[in-house]
Ligand binder design. Structure first.
Ligand code: UT7
Length: 334
């Protein structure tokens, strides 16, 4: 069995900054409420005239990650792409990356696990490397929310949270069994699927049905029962982090850096307090980017690494919770 290590990291966010004050011109909301309840100060939204999409942003982040890994596109053996906002229903974004980066005809899969997408993606890639099947896997998390949010007072519970962006890493084989991805734990509870969902269009409620509803049916916008999701998030975050620590005979004091999925600053702060972590043990950037779903952990990990906050031998804990419900944790010895 081999181990897998992150050898290159990159991220891309659109230039267009949307502040809370900008949103208060579209809906009944205000900077004070958004900052107090979510921590978000601003987010990046792809402007209408831009060519950016989840796949395009993913490709931009990937080029940086591959270069930083000291590799070329031809060295990549497999692509794992996590997103809830693929450019098309089908085919997936993974195959678009294969084409955009002019890679050989390597395999590519999409992971559809929303906020936990990157955790599921890195865990999937890790298994392929552990078994020896692949040496270098490109793992991407990217989401394009802004074109599909209900930007009115009716949609304010979700519209103010989400931002666009992408992150990518190269996961590479190592024979040093003391380094790399130590463990991953993945969970789901599908009975709560309707608590955070985009219901349509789906094969059961297709575009023709939506048009026939003459605008009464707005199930093509995200719906979230925020309070219910919040309550479940803090419980599941805590459980799955503990599960990872116990598997590796670690305690919260052993965590050098905790990078939570950036869902809501209050969720991150709750978990930080529960585990007694100091501020320098936790990295948050939701203030700048909002919740970028599958991209949030990998954007935050890349920023933390760029700022010198991830060092050789550090124990790094990644954890996420979101729609599905799905949740998971990954523990890495850097
Ligand atoms: O990333 C995937 C997983 N997602 C999460 O983990 C998100 C979890 N949930 C949350 O982050 C929070 O529940 C929200 C940020 C979505 C909402 O915060 P909250 O503290 O749970 O607020 P609430 O939904 O209970 O609403 C409180 C009040 C309501 O008004 P009334 O009924 O008390 O008069 C809302 O209508 O705040 C109102 N409200 C707003 N006011 C101004 C809701 N959204 C807004 C808004 N601006 N954007």
């Amino acid at each position: 069995m081999y181990n897998s290590r992150i050898t290159g990291l990159g991220y891309y966010v659109p230039d267009n900054v949307v502040t809370n004050d900008d949103l208060s011109k579209l809906m009944d909301t205000n900077d004070e409420w958004i900052q107090e309840r979510t921590g978000v100060k601003e987010r990046r939204w792809i402007p209408k005239e831009s060519d950016d999409t989840s796949a395009v942003m993913g490709a931009k982040a990937s080029r940086i990650a591959i270069e930083r890994a000291g590799l070329t596109n031809d060295d990549i053996d497999f692509i794992v792409f996590a997103t809830l906002s693929p450019d098309y229903f089908f085919p997936g974004c993974g195959v678009q990356i294969q084409d955009m980066l002019a890679m050989p005809t390597i395999g590519a899969i999409d992971i559809r696990n929303q906020c936990s997408g990157f955790i599921y993606a890195i865990s999937t890639a890790d298994q392929f490397i552990k078994t020896g099947m692949y040496k270098n896997i490109l793992v991407i998390g990217a989401d394009y929310h802004s074109n599909a949010l209900l930007k009115t007072t009716q949609g304010r519970g979700t519209a103010v949270i989400f931002g666009d962006g992408a992150g990518a890493c190269v996961l590479s084989r190592t024979e040093d069994n003391t380094k790399g991805v130590l463990s991953s734990h993945l969970h789901s509870e599908g009975k709560h699927a309707d608590k955070l969902i985009v219901e349509s269009p789906s094969v059961r409620n297709w575009v023709t049905d939506l048009i026939a509803s003459k605008g009464d049916d707005v199930s093509y916008y995200p719906y979230m029962d925020g309070t219910f999701v919040f309550k479940n998030a803090i419980v599941r975050f805590s459980e799955v982090i503990m599960e990872g620590l116990n598997t590796n005979n670690l305690t919260p004091a052993d965590i050098d850096l905790f990078i939570p999925h950036q869902a809501n600053l209050r969720i991150s702060q709750y978990v930080q307090k529960k585990f007694g972590l100091r501020d320098d043990q936790v990295f948050n950037n939701i203030q700048k980017y909002g919740n970028t779903t599958a991209a949030s952990i990998i954007i935050a990990l890349t920023e933390a690494w760029e700022q010198g906050k991830v060092k050789e031998n550090d124990t790094v804990v990644l954890a996420a919770f979101g729609s599905g419900f799905t949740w998971g944790s990954v523990i890495i010895k850097w």
